[in-house]
Design a binder for this molecule. Structure first.
Ligand SMILES: Cc1cc2nc3c(=O)[nH]c(=O)nc-3n(C[C@H](O)[C@H](O)[C@H](O)COP(=O)(O)O)c2cc1C
Length: 218
C-alpha cells in the first residue's frame, strides 16, 4: 500500500501527468477512492445538469470484460479501478427538480429556479442531436477533474478512447439503453513505469489570437 502524499497543486499536477500504460496491482485505499469520486463530481456541467453517469469497474470479471471491449488494452486489467464515463443526454427530460431544489438550498432564488424550469427544456430541445455532444462534454470535464485530482493525490491515469461503444455499454449494463453514450474510460492506479512526455507542438500550430491563423504571441 502506498502512503498518503502531500497533494500537488494544479499546475504541478498538470505538468506531471502522463498517460500511464502499466500499472501496479496495488489497491487504492477506500477513503482515497471516495475522495476521487467526490472531486470528480465537483466538476461543472451545463445548467448544472450533472448528466454524467460514472461506473467504477473494480471486479476481476468486469475488468476482463471491459478490457475485451477496449481492444484488450491491459491498463484496465492492471489498474485497480477503471472509471467508465457514460453520459445521459436526455436526463433533463426526467425532470430537473432535484437540481433546482439543491440550488435553492444553496442560495439560488426562487425566480432563478423558475427561469431554469422553463429555459432548460427549451434550450435542450433546440439542441436536437447535439444533446449527446453536450452530455459527452460534461462527462469529459468530469473525467478531466478525475485525472488531475488523481495526479495530485499520487495516482496515475490514462484517458482511453480505444473501445467499442456497444461493447462497453453491454459491460456496464446499458446494452438496451439508446439514451446512454460512452464518453471515455479512465483507469486509475499506481504507475509501474516512468513515462516520457511526448511533447507538445509549438503554439504556432494550434494557438491563435482573435482568429484562426493569426499567431498568438505571448
Ligand atoms: C481522449 C483521449 C483518448 C485516449 N485514448 C487512449 C487509449 O485508448 N489508449 C491509450 O493507451 N492511450 C490513450 N490516450 C493517451 C494519449 O495517447 C496521450 O494522452 C498522448 O499521447 C499524450 O501523452 P500524455 O497524456 O502522457 O501527455 C488517449 C488520450 C486522450 C486525451
Amino acid at each position: 500500500m502506498e502512503t498518503a502524499v502531500k497533494p500537488l497543486d494544479v499546475p504541478a499536477a498538470i505538468r506531471r501527468r502522463r498517460s500511464i500504460k502499466n500499472f501496479k496491482s496495488d489497491p487504492i485505499a477506500p477513503e482515497l477512492l471516495q475522495e476521487l469520486v467526490t472531486l470528480t463530481v465537483a466538476a461543472p456541467s451545463s445548467w448544472n445538469l450533472q448528466d454524467w453517469r460514472i461506473v467504477l469497474v473494480q471486479s476481476e470479471a468486469q475488468k476482463a470484460a471491459l478490457s475485451a471491449a477496449a481492444f484488450n488494452q491491459k491498463q484496465i486489467i492492471e489498474a485497480p479501478v477503471t472509471f467508465v464515463f457514460a453520459a445521459s443526454p436526455y436526463a433533463w427530460r426526467e425532470g430537473i427538480e432535484p437540481i433546482l431544489e439543491q440550488g435553492q438550498a444553496n442560495g439560488w432564488s426562487e425566480g432563478f429556479a423558475d427561469y431554469l424550469r422553463g429555459a432548460v427544456p427549451q434550450f435542450q430541445e433546440t439542441l436536437g442531436d447535439k444533446n449527446r455532444e453536450y452530455a459527452v462534454k460534461d462527462a469529459m470535464i468530469a473525467a478531466t477533474h478525475l485525472v488531475l485530482a488523481a495526479e495530485s493525490l499520487g495516482l496515475s491515469t490514462c484517458f482511453m478512447n480505444g473501445w467499442v461503444e456497444d461493447q462497453v455499454k453491454a459491460v456496464i449494463g446499458a446494452a438496451d439503453d439508446s439514451n446512454i453514450a460512452i464518453a471515455v474510460l479512465v483507469p486509475v492506479g499506481y504507475a509501474a513505469e516512468p513515462r516520457p512526455n511526448p511533447g507538445r507542438l509549438p503554439f504556432e500550430h494550434n494557438v491563435f489570437s482573435e482568429t484562426l491563423g493569426t499567431p498568438y504571441q505571448p
